[in-house]
Design a protein around this ligand. Sequence first.
Ligand code: IDP
Ligand code: MG
Length: 149
Amino acid sequence: MEQTFIMIKPDGVQRGLIGEIIKRLEQKGFNLIAMKTMNVSRELAEKHYDVHRDKPFFSNLVEFIISAPVVAMVWEGEGIVAATRKMVGETNPLNAEPGTIRGDYGISIGRNLIHASDAVETAQREIALWFEQGELTSWQGALQNWIYE
Ligand code: IDP
Ligand code: MG
């Protein structure tokens, strides 16, 4: 089953949106298979955003991610990578559609509340970066046949 890495950024935690974000993913039918609240090291933040290392916003982004705790999660479900990107919405919250997390709760691009892996290969890299293999659970919900045809 496809997996993705989701992180509630420091602004999402401070805004009290942990429950709301988890609720949306849970009610969609996806399975939460790992979760931890953590202070992110500079090294981990820089590795996670390595693809943006040369962008002008890189240092601000890293400083922000390490400034307060985040919630790191792995979620599982059919087509979850593309689906969660849609549920999260565009990077700039002002361009994100209403009904998306960023569209409903954000304004600034540097305070866009949540990270979601952008491709299956990215998800695999990010899950390995943030979690030990032993931290991941594996379970089938009792409602599986009511969610999947
Ligand atoms: P994504 O989070 O929608 O995948 P990316 O382009 O991968 O967006 O950028 C990673 C993060 O870097 C964004 O979520 C946002 O917090 C920040 N960011 C991206 N572009 C800008 C920008 O132009 N100014 C400030 N911050 C930015
Ligand atoms: Mg990205």
